[in-house]
Design a protein around this ligand. Sequence first.
Ligand SMILES: [Zn+2]
Length: 113
Amino acid sequence: MTTAYSEIIDRIAKDHNIKVIQAACVNQSWACNDEIWLGIYEEPEFHLLSFFHEMGHHLDKSAWHLDDKATKYDIEKAAWYLGYILAHKYAVKFSNEAIEWGQKQLRTYEKYK
Ligand SMILES: [Zn+2]
């Protein structure tokens, strides 16, 4: 993780009252209540993008559980979308490589469509 990236994460987490915790998992992160557990990523940019994705889960106030038609894929897609909107708000841009990596992560949920 570069200092610049960790500063962005700290700032956004603080703005949203989120506690970021370093997890020992590789290529895996998750959001739970007001906590985001961030795993270990080979690419610092993927780490940052994963943070935004988990923030997307946090910001998603949709009552998915009330909608029988919503799938895991729908929930993941919404979190990616909200994460990118948040990144845009903070003027954070991602490389094509990172965006493609994010799309690949979403595709792993296609079986839950
Ligand atoms: Zn997710």
